[in-house]
Each structure stands twice: as structure tokens, then as C-alpha cells.
Design a protein around this ligand. Structure first.
Ligand SMILES: NC(=O)C1=CN([C@@H]2O[C@H](COP(=O)(O)OP(=O)(O)OC[C@H]3O[C@@H](n4cnc5c(N)ncnc54)[C@H](OP(=O)(O)O)[C@@H]3O)[C@@H](O)[C@H]2O)C=CC1
Ligand SMILES: [Mg+2]
Length: 340
């Protein structure tokens, strides 16, 4: 039976900045979601982030980093007209947020335009989001991921599953409605459990064949219909590596834009060190193995994908620092070294 893992990690205290500005902005955003006219006015005054076939438009910033390129709506309208499109296409955009200075932010996919022409006219580059994860600063990543996820949802929910008729997006893009059946569709995320398993002194990482070469991550799996988080955790660890979890503790959550949109629920778990022989399900994983604290600490010190010197054995590496898998690994190291 699962037991709660006591004292492994201190509960996280989150302190939000106080003040009425956050509340007012959230109320403004909810108004834009429910009021097409207000949202159209916000679009005129807002900023647009362009995507091309779900690749965000980035520009080079100082220090070799990149940043998302945002544009005035009127500039995007001029761009569309210059490339032979109707400027009304800006209305295909979706609302993704609002800055602290109350500038509404929208995303628009211009995948039907010629990519190089847009890049030339805007002075940026459309970059695959997985590559962009390594180029952007941490706080820009969730923003770009959210835009991609929402645009992808709209691109794949154009028809009603009840009537087969086209669905229509509201101006904010917070829902699609089928006039025929009356169904309203809302953007969805699939719950995924991600877990860092430890035997007390080592942690278990695995890799799928589709991962970048030599990258290892925490175990993950989609929640089955009707499962609790604990049941998914226990099942996935049993299925993928043949181990029985003894204790676990919830850690945090993260939105992840793949494969469609996932709501990642992150946990730490332990197995009995006397029963930690890994048996990998080769359909799901290419490999899974135990790593010592020293190996993990060294991987955390390596900034990016390392090259094995002189053709020696490949060195493993971890997902980028903003990912929840990386955060689980860092938490585990902190716990292992606490009081040392
Ligand atoms: N942010 C992070 O730090 C990390 C994120 N992840 C993400 O977690 C997600 C899940 O991990 P993964 O190990 O692949 O999951 P699973 O172990 O559940 O295996 C994936 C398989 O499950 C099936 N499946 C069941 N439900 C779904 C669903 N709702 N959507 C898609 N496939 C489903 C598919 O099988 P079939 O194709 O046969 O139908 C798919 O190939 C991935 O999207 C991955 O990108 C993973 C690690 C780190
Ligand atoms: Mg998996």
C-alpha cells in the first residue's frame, strides 16, 4: 500500500504579490473571453505574436539569447495585405494574456503565408518550439508554449464530433461552438503523471527512442480515465520499469504543449532498495537506469547537450532547466545533500 512520504521535501510556501492589479487584470481577461466586441477592441490595442505552422517568431536579443517578437495589430494587418491576404485575418488570433501594463496579448498562426517572406519583413525567424526552449529565457517559454498549444487546439477542433459541422471560434479563442448541435468545445489538456523514483541513494531516469540522443528524463505517463494521481503513478512505474512504489509525494505542476497539451503532475517516489532491479518495457522506453548523486550533479553542471570527448562513451544529459523533469531532479539533489 502507498504511504505518504514524510520529511522528504518541505512543503513549498508560495507568496503572491499583494495588490488589486492582478485581480483587475484577471477580471479584464475573463471579460474579453465572454465579450467578442470587447475582445475585438482589445485586439486593436494589443500585441500579436506570430507563429508559422506552430513555430513561434523569435528575434535575436543581447547575449546570444532570443526573445519572442511581438507586433502591433496594425503592423500585422499591413503585413497580411502586403503578402496578398485580407487584413481581417488578424481576427483568427487567440488571446493568451495581458501584460502588467494592461496590454492584451494575442497569437496568430500565419502558416498559409510564405515563411521566408514573413521572416524577411518582420526581421525574425520562425523556430521549432523544442529548439526555442534552449534559446529563450525561462519566463518566455511558458508564454510561447501556451500560444502553440492553444493555436494547435483550434487547428484540430474545426468540426463538431456530434454533427460533423464546422465549429466557430469566439474572438478570444477560449471556446468553439457548433451552431448545428449547440455543443460548446473548450481547450483541453490531458493529465500526465511524471515521477522521479529514488531507492534512497540513487534516482531512476529513462529515455524514449524519440528523445534527443543521450537525454534521460523522469518517468511519465498519461492518466487513464477514472484514475487518481496515485493510481497512475503506481501503474506507470510498474508498467515501464517493473518496480513497486512504496512512498510518494506530490511536488508541482506544469503545462506542457506536447503531444497536444498535457497537464503535468510531478511527484517524487521511493522504492525498496532491496527490490530495485529494473525491468524495462521496451515498447515504451529504450532504456531506464539508476544514476548516482555524483552522476546527476555532474549532469546538472553541464549546461547543454555535451559532446563525448575523443569519441569516448556518450555522456547523458537532462531536459532543459525550465522543464518539470529537471526541477524534480534538482529537488532530489537538494534533498540528498541537505545537512551534508
Ligand atoms: N515537461 C517534462 O519535463 C516532460 C514531459 N513529458 C511529456 O509527458 C507526456 C507523456 O509521457 P509518455 O511517456 O509519452 O506517456 P505514456 O507512458 O503514457 O506513453 C505514451 C503512449 O500512451 C498512449 N496514450 C494514452 N493516452 C494518451 C493521450 N491522451 N495522448 C497521447 N498518447 C496517449 C499513446 O500510445 P499509442 O500511440 O500507442 O496510442 C502514447 O504513445 C509526453 O507528451 C511527454 O512529452 C515527458 C517527460 C518530461
Ligand atoms: Mg511513459
Amino acid at each position: 500500500m502507498l504511504r505518504w512520504l514524510r520529511c522528504l521535501h518541505r512543503p513549498r510556501l508560495v507568496i503572491w504579490r499583494s495588490g488589486s492589479s492582478y485581480v483587475a487584470r484577471m477580471r479584464y481577461l475573463v471579460k474579453l473571453k465572454g465579450d467578442d466586441e470587447a475582445c475585438s477592441a482589445a485586439l486593436r490595442a494589443g500585441r500579436l505574436f506570430l507563429y508559422h505552422k506552430l513555430r513561434p517568431l523569435l528575434m535575436r536579443a543581447e547575449g546570444g539569447r532570443h526573445r519572442p517578437l511581438d507586433m502591433k495589430t496594425t503592423d500585422v494587418e499591413a503585413l497580411l495585405e502586403k503578402l496578398g491576404q485580407q487584413k481581417e485575418r488578424v481576427r483568427e488570433s487567440v488571446l493568451v494574456g495581458c501584460t502588467e501594463t494592461w496590454v492584451p496579448q494575442f497569437c496568430l498562426d500565419v502558416g498559409t503565408l510564405e515563411k521566408c517572406a514573413v521572416e524577411r519583413l518582420c526581421g525574425g525567424e520562425f523556430v521549432d518550439l523544442r529548439k526555442a526552449f534552449f534559446l529563450l529565457r525561462g519566463h518566455d517559454v511558458p508564454h510561447m508554449a501556451r500560444g502553440r498549444a492553444l493555436l494547435h487546439w483550434h487547428q484540430t477542433h474545426g468540426f463538431c464530433s456530434a454533427s460533423g459541422e464546422p465549429t466557430v471560434k469566439n474572438q478570444a479563442g477560449s471556446q468553439r461552438v457548433c451552431q448545428g448541435s449547440g455543443h460548446t468545445y473548450y481547450p483541453q489538456m490531458a493529465p500526465v503523471l511524471i515521477v522521479l523514483v529514488s531507492d534512497g541513494s540513487r534516482c531512476l531516469l529513462g529515455r524514449q527512442a524519440a528523445f534527443p540522443r543521450d537525454m534521460y528524463s523522469a518517468l511519465a505517463g498519461f492518466c487513464d480515465m477514472g484514475e487518481t494521481m496515485e493510481e497512475t503513478l503506481r501503474r506507470e512505474v510498474a508498467e515501464e520499469v517493473g518496480l513497486e512504489v512504496e512512498t510518494f509525494q506530490f511536488a508541482s505542476t506544469q503545462h506542457w504543449p506536447y503531444p497536444q497539451s498535457s497537464f503535468m503532475l510531478a511527484c517524487h517516489a521511493t522504492v525498496n532498495p532491496q527490490r530495485c532491479q529494473v525491468s524495462v518495457d521496451k515498447v515504451e522506453l529504450e532504456d531506464a537506469r539508476w544514476f548516482t548523486l555524483e552522476e546527476i550533479q555532474e549532469a546538472l553542471r553541464r549546461a547543454s547537450a555535451p559532446q563525448a570527448p575523443g569519441g569516448g562513451p556518450p555522456v547523458f544529459w537532462l531536459p532543459p532547466s525550465f522543464t518539470i523533469a529537471h526541477q524534480l531532479v534538482q529537488e532530489w539533489v537538494r534533498q540528498q545533500t541537505a545537512g551534508v
